[in-house]
Write a protein that binds this ligand. Structure first.
Ligand SMILES: Cc1cc2nc3c(=O)[nH]c(=O)nc-3n(C[C@H](O)[C@H](O)[C@H](O)COP(=O)(O)O)c2cc1C
Length: 197
């Protein structure tokens, strides 16, 4: 749909477009033994019950991205990474705290792209000893530079009370409400930002 139609198309056309909103749930850690796939799957199950978008888990590990620009490496996964992100209207980042910030893998994967991120919305689900809060706040600064509008509600999972032994994900019941409240903000912002792309 062209820019003119986005602005002046009928309400019905807009609603048809919005019915197919795509939201990518991005797994931010890639290490062997990571807990992030359990968290991503849980978010997807909650999200799918809403029936308000196509939710897809996007695992950075699948793209085998070398460090950006590193000589002598195989960056052939970059095209598929670009396509996967370009397709989305919004994101939920599954963020784990490494040394009070996000993982190197997530920062690298963010750095690979620019327009593919621009003018989209995002929510953050983080975990760590203090809910991954410090990593989540670092991510907000990076997302600002990439023109990603990150919403206020932020499910923050504790390694002590939402995981058993720090590894088996057993979220407290209240966390599901928090994910829904976060998505209640991500969905309308994703729709709104669609109109300016
Ligand atoms: C390199 C490294 C640094 C970490 N630093 C922190 C930290 O600063 N704060 C924290 O709360 N947890 C920290 N942790 C614990 C992680 O949050 C925890 O291991 C978590 O499961 C990592 O996510 P993942 O399993 O998806 O990789 C660190 C873990 C690693 C591997």
């Amino acid at each position: 749909m062209g820019f003119f139609n986005k602005l002046f198309g009928s309400k019905q056309e807009d609603e048809n477009q919005m019915a197919t909103l795509n939201i990518g749930i991005i797994i931010g850690s890639t290490r062997e033994g990571r807990v992030s796939p359990q968290v991503a799957q849980w978010v997807k199950e909650i999200a799918d019950k809403r029936g308000d978008a196509n939710y897809t888990i996007i695992d950075i590990a699948d793209y085998k991205l070398p460090l950006l620009g590193e000589a002598g490496t195989d960056a052939s996964g970059a095209t598929a990474w670009s396509e996967a992100i370009a397709k989305q209207d919004g994101f939920v980042f599954i963020v784990q705290e490494y040394n009070h910030s996000i993982t190197g893998a997530l920062k690298n994967a963010l750095d690979y792209l620019r327009e593919e991120w621009n003018n989209k919305a995002a929510g953050i689900v983080s975990y760590g000893s203090v809910g991954g809060a410090r990593a989540a706040e670092h991510l907000r600064g990076i997302l600002g530079e990439l023109l990603v509008a990150d919403v206020r509600v932020h499910p923050a999972l504790s390694l002590f009370t939402d995981f058993e032994n720090g590894t088996d994900f057993k979220p407290q019941a209240v966390q599901e409400d928090s994910v829904n409240q976060m998505l209640d903000q991500v969905i309308p912002w994703s729709k709104a930002l669609y109109t300016i792309r």
